[in-house]
Design a protein around this ligand. Structure first.
Ligand code: IPD
Ligand code: CA
Ligand code: CA
Ligand code: CA
Length: 262
């Protein structure tokens, strides 16, 4: 486990927010839910978790700015450091009682993700990573899977939202990928998808039209577990473009080619 002051602050904050989420998960039918767009929900649990994270992280690092899903951008006095926060990744799962959701917190310094923490409080899985320090699940060091052939791989994807994204393109991609891989999965939490690539559970993951808070922590996680992560063109503009493709070096390359051919 990494015990740097930065990771300690992040872990304390996500654990506290996780306790709030678990209380609400126990009474999910009583939660106030509103709709931000087609199939895009936000609940009192998202907001409560965000309040806890905002309070804890502001207390520990009063000068840092924020980019949070529900609050948006909150400038700090320090231009270099920004917390990028998804207080509840997998809201739809959460509201359906599916225990596959997470809190995702990244520290982005001058535009570069430096540390990430992804916590699923439903099963107490805590993923942490810091540049140069490796990636961990609880106390276990993580390494991406080593499979070399797509035909042996379990690949995870995200689906375009109802009314958002290119459904035709996704259907073409799914058509080619499903013929070439051992298994396909869709979990409903992009942050966990990336953490699970880092943990070697998924060999690869791709999704388009994500927001920075879905990915920032996961990018550090995959890289520190020895994986490759890029936008769909193989470039570095992941947070800017919102497209992500992750896996080990070989599988990342092969999946990128396959998706291009779709
Ligand atoms: C969503 C999840 C989901 C992804 C969506 C995201 P939210 O985040 O990460 O896996 O497919 O695009 O919006 O809204 O539950 O935080
Ligand atoms: Ca959301
Ligand atoms: Ca999210
Ligand atoms: Ca969210």
């Amino acid at each position: 486990m990494i015990r740097s002051p930065l990771i300690t602050v992040m872990v304390q904050a996500v654990r506290k927010a996780g306790r709030a989420l678990i209380r609400d998960f126990g009474e999910v039918e009583q939660l106030q839910v509103s709709v931000k767009g087609p199939a895009d929900f936000v609940s009192a649990a998202d907001r409560k978790s965000e309040d806890v994270l905002f309070a804890e992280l502001s207390k520990a690092r009063p000068t840092y700015g924020f980019l949070m899903e529900e609050r948006g951008r909150v400038d700090g006095t320090d231009d270099a450091n920004e917390w990028v926060v998804d207080p509840l990744d997998g809201t739809t799962n959460f509201l359906h009682g599916i225990p596959m959701f997470a809190i995702s917190v990244a520290l982005v310094r001058n535009g570069v993700p430096m540390a990430g923490v992804i916590f699923n409080p439903a099963n107490d899985e805590l993923f942490v990573a810091e540049v140069g320090q490796g990636a961990y699940l609880n106390d276990r060091r993580l390494r991406v899977a080593g499979r070399r052939k797509l035909a042996e791989c379990v690949v995870c994807c995200g689906l375009p939202h109802m009314g958002r994204g290119d459904h035709e393109q996704f259907n073409r991609e799914l058509g080619v990928v499903q013929r070439q891989v051992a298994g396909l999965r869709r979990t409903g939490s992009a942050a966990l998808d990336l953490a699970w690539v880092a943990a070697g559970r998924f060999d690869a993951f791709w999704e388009r039209k994500l927001a920075p808070w879905d990915m920032a922590a996961g990018l550090v996680m995959v890289r520190e577990a020895g994986g490759f992560v890029s936008d769909m063109d193989g470039g570095e503009k992941i947070l800017e473009k919102g497209d992500v493709l992750a896996g080990n070096e070989l599988i990342h390359r092969d999946l990128q080619r396959l998706l291009k051919s779709a």
